[in-house]
Design a protein around this ligand. Structure first.
Ligand code: CAA
Length: 259
């Protein structure tokens, strides 16, 4: 139960589930939706009872992009002064893992939103694409950057330059954009199952892994490896490392205290 207008937010055990909920607009990402999304994610990030987050839409659309009707009359300098879409990157500051469970259309900003998450699961009818060129503009929230890193230059160019070459779920999995394809009706449960698994592991370690994997996009290899090694060293200051390794040696299940 939540008091938002454009999204739903509820917890399932240790998992925060956020559902984009503008069905009449195929979950077009208007400004107010994003403000609410950021708020919900921030709340879960600060909630010690939540260990992982699932973000989903409807069976028809994860999100059909930024809200075209809302942005069509915007002006360049106004966009610059207000840093239009700047607040979208807030998601990348969330420390807990976010699994995108994508059914239906993930187009434009919808595809970009999924790519800002940490794991993408796709329903078998999912469609990923960057149609902005057909609107006389270009991707504005990572489409030229994250998509290129996920699927390689040739496919990313083809998608962004034509606006009409989309990926279905199987192609998205084959190219590495998506880690698993699930029948549409089972998608959210499957994502929650994985999220629950993550939420029951040592939370500081989970956060460190997310941080380290994301550094691989920002740093040269030698610096990234150093960053990883230092975090690895730091894990030995935790109770969970002692417990995890002792439990292995004693042939029992570890009981993590998230410290
Ligand atoms: N913005 C605003 N409204 C949208 C929308 C969007 N991105 N996508 C769909 N809608 C609205 C439609 O206008 C329609 O509203 P009305 O009933 O009031 O007419 C409603 O959602 C249902 O859509 P359709 O009737 O078009 O549904 P369809 O099943 O025939 O087609 C679709 C589905 C192919 C996804 C089609 O809606 C479509 O092409 N949407 C736009 C996709 C797009 O171009 N996305 C990129 C946006 S730009 C962007 O995201 C910039 C960025 O990088 C940040």
């Amino acid at each position: 139960p939540s008091s938002y207008t454009h999204i739903l937010a509820e917890t399932r055990g240790k998992v925060g589930l956020v559902t984009l909920n503008r069905p009449k607009a195929l979950n077009a990402l208007c400004n107010d939706l994003f403000v609410e999304l950021n708020q919900a994610l921030e709340n879960y990030d600060n909630d010690p009872n939540v260990g992982c987050i699932v973000l989903t839409g409807s069976e028809k659309a994860f999100a059909a992009g930024a809200d075209i009707k809302e942005m069509k009359d915007k002006e360049g300098i106004e966009n610059y002064k207000n840093n239009f879409l700047g607040h979208w990157t807030h998601i990348t500051n969330i420390r807990k893992p976010i699994i995108a469970a994508v059914n239906g259309f993930a187009l434009g900003g919808g595809c970009e939103l999924a790519m800002m998450c940490d794991i993408i699961y796709a329903g078998d009818k999912a469609t990923f694409g960057q149609p902005e060129i057909k609107l006389g503009t270009i991707p504005g929230a990572g489409g030229t950057q994250r998509l290129t890193k996920a699927v390689g230059k040739s496919k990313a160019m083809e998608m962004c330059l034509t606006g009409s070459v989309n990926l279905n779920a199987e192609e998205a999995e084959r190219l590495g954009l998506v880690s698993k394809v699930v029948p549409a009706g089972e998608l959210v449960d499957e994502a929650i199952k994985t999220a629950d698994k993550i939420a029951n592991l040592s939370q500081p370690m989970v956060q460190m892994i997310k941080e380290a994997v994301n550094q691989s996009y920002e740093m040269p290899l030698s610096a990234g490896l150093r960053f990883e090694r230092r975090l690895f060293h730091a894990t030995f200051a935790s109770q969970d490392q002692k417990e995890g390794m002792r439990a292995f040696a004693e042939k029992r299940k570890p009981s993590f205290v998230h410290h």
